[in-house]
Design a protein around this ligand. Structure first.
Ligand code: HEC
Ligand code: HEC
Ligand code: HEC
Ligand code: HEC
Length: 189
C-alpha cells in the first residue's frame, strides 16, 4: 500500500469512528417551553404542569432566597448564589456549556428543566422520533437511572442529607396514563 492511500485509509476510518461515537454528537438544549408544547395535555399526563409545580422548576429561584445566601456563606461561596458557578452547576440545566448549545427559547431561569434528566432534545424532539423509544434514545434521549439524579443529589450539595432513589422518583412522577400513549393530537413544531 502506498503511503498516500494508507493516510487516506487512516483519515476515513477516523471520520467513520467520529460518525458513530457518541463523542461526535453534541445535542442542543431546546428549553422547557418547547417540550411543554407537546407534553401539557391533562389526558397525556400534564408533564409540563407537574414539573412547574415540582421542586426542579424553582431551583434557580431558590438561589435568590435569604436561606440560599446563608447556605452559600457557610459553604464559603461569596457573592450572589444566582451568579455563582459553585451553585449554578446543580441548580440550572447544562451549566457551563458553550452558548451555542442552547436554543433561542432556552432559559436558565427555568432551573432544572426537562433536559437536565432527559438529555438535550434538539434531535429527539420530533414527533415521529419521540413515538419510537429506540429512535429517541438513538437521538439523545437519556434512559434515566439513579445515576441521572445523583449527578446533583450527592454530598457535594451543601444541603444534602440523603437520597433514596425509589422514594424520590415517586415524588416527581409524571407518567403518560396507560392507554393515552400514541394518538395524533400533539402540537407539531
Ligand atoms: C412535537 C411534539 C413533541 C415534542 C416537542 C417533545 N415531545 Fe416528548 N413525546 C412526544 C410524543 C408524541 C411521545 C410519545 C408518547 C405519547 O404519545 O404521549 C413523547 C414521548 C416522550 C417521552 C417518553 C419516551 C420514551 O420512549 O421513553 C419522554 C421522556 C419525552 N417525550 C420527553 C420530552 C422532552 C424532555 C422534550 C423536550 C426536549 C420533548 N419530549 C419534546 C411528543 C413530543
Ligand atoms: C441538574 C441537577 C439535578 C438533577 C439531575 C436532579 N435533581 Fe432533583 N433537585 C435538584 C435541585 C437543585 C433541587 C432543589 C430545588 C429547590 O428546592 O429549589 C432538587 C430537588 C428535588 C426533590 C425535592 C427535594 C428532596 O430532596 O426531596 C426531589 C424529590 C428530587 N429533586 C428528585 C430528583 C430525582 C428523582 C431525580 C432523578 C430522576 C433528580 N431529582 C434529578 C437538582 C437536580
Ligand atoms: C452537587 C449539586 C449541588 C450544588 C453544588 C449545590 N446544590 Fe443546592 N441543592 C442541590 C439539591 C440536589 C438540592 C435538593 C436536595 C438537597 O438539599 O440535597 C438542593 C437544595 C438547595 C436549597 C434548598 C434546601 C432546603 O432545605 O430547602 C438551597 C437553599 C440550596 N440548594 C442552595 C445552594 C447554594 C447556595 C449552593 C452554592 C453554594 C448550592 N445549593 C450548591 C444540589 C446542589
Ligand atoms: C428530575 C428529573 C426529571 C425532570 C426534570 C423531568 N423528568 Fe420526565 N421523567 C423523569 C423520570 C424519572 C421518568 C420515568 C422514567 C422514564 O420514563 O425514564 C420520566 C418520564 C417522563 C415521560 C414518560 C412518561 C411515560 O409514562 O412514558 C415523559 C413524557 C416525560 N418524562 C416528560 C418530561 C417533560 C416534558 C419534562 C419537563 C416539563 C420532564 N419530563 C422533566 C425524570 C424527569
Amino acid at each position: 500500500m502506498s503511503k498516500k492511500s494508507f493516510t487516506l485509509m487512516l483519515v476515513s476510518s477516523l471520520v467513520m469512528w467520529l460518525g458513530t461515537s457518541s463523542f461526535a454528537k453534541d445535542y442542543d438544549y431546546i428549553g422547557v417551553e418547547k417540550c411543554g408544547k407537546c407534553h401539557k395535555k391533562e389526558k397525556k399526563g400534564a408533564q409540563l404542569k407537574k414539573w412547574q409545580d415540582g421542586p426542579h422548576a424553582k431551583a434557580f429561584k431558590t438561589l435568590g432566597t435569604d436561606s440560599a445566601k446563608l447556605v452559600a456563606k457557610k459553604a464559603g461561596v461569596t457573592g450572589d448564589p444566582q451568579k455563582a458557578p459553585e451553585c449554578l452547576k446543580c441548580h440550572v440545566t447544562g451549566y457551563g456549556l458553550p452558548a451555542a448549545r442552547f436554543g433561542e427559547k432556552f432559559k436558565a431561569e427555568n432551573g432544572v428543566g426537562c433536559e437536565s434528566c432527559h438529555g438535550p432534545g434538539s434531535a429527539y424532539k420530533k414527533k415521529k422520533i419521540m413515538k419510537d423509544h429506540d429512535k429517541s434514545v438513538a437521538n439523545g434521549l437519556v434512559e434515566i437511572t439513579e445515576k441521572t439524579c445523583t449527578e446533583c443529589h450527592n454530598d457535594k450539595s451543601p444541603t444534602f442529607k440523603d437520597f433514596n432513589y425509589e422514594e424520590r422518583v415517586k415524588d416527581i412522577a409524571h407518567p403518560v396514563p396507560e392507554g393515552a400513549k400514541g394518538g395524533d393530537d400533539e402540537e407539531e413544531e
